[in-house]
Design a protein around this ligand. Sequence first.
Ligand code: 9D3
Length: 245
Amino acid sequence: MTAPSWRATVLTLFPEMFPGPLGHSLAGRALETGRWALEAVNIRDFAQDRHRTVDDTPFGGGAGMVLRPDVVDAAIGAVADAHGASPRPLVCLTPRGRPFSQADARRFATEGSGLILLCGRYEGIDQRVIEARGAEEISIGDYVLSGGELAAMVLLDAVVRLLPGVMGAAESATEESFSTNLLEYPHYTRPAEWQGRRVPDVLLSGHHAAIAAWRQAEAERITRERRPDLWAAHRSPHCVAQAAP
Ligand code: 9D3
């Protein structure tokens, strides 16, 4: 079998966390069938001393420890592709990063031969190596995690399902046609009555136009109630807004 054309390398102090949940469901199946490859590399293997030190105290004082630039740079250098190969973007998972979006997922799935993901632990990574290596800093949201590993898994899950041949063709087509900046309408299946709760009558009517109208109205109501930001984007056609998931 030929080598996967899309490869992810994760630089981490906890390589044993991978593939973790990425070994299951859609991404896991795609790994098994060679649609992508995943490699977890231990940053500690690039420490320069016999104690295998990777971090140090922050200049200027303050709590916690910072990953050393020399160690992180050596790790990046060891996994960066040989000259001539198409270079992979370097993404640094950090709470200070730009928020990850579906547009980023599409870009990473379509624009390169994979990704190098750098996971922080401790208080952070020395800013000089982030700049020197041109890393793109990305966060997955405004809450505090204990490290970048789970964030890297979230990002990879979102990207891998968009790789060619990972999702079924029918599923991808549905996704394309419903990227309208609205949250989804609610779903129901049998039984038609459960614990005294009935499925909305229109869904049992067989009246396809009425069903489509009900779903559209519900999608709009739920978006307005839960996500005023998406609702505003939906209502501004001049704005090239991010599609809702
Ligand atoms: C007290 C200052 N903290 C910043 C908010 C320090 C800090 C907290 C958590 C430094 C690193 C971390 C570990 N988190 C990540 O590495 C991380 C993360 C996150 O915490 N939230 C959302 N996205 C991400 S991506 C990487």
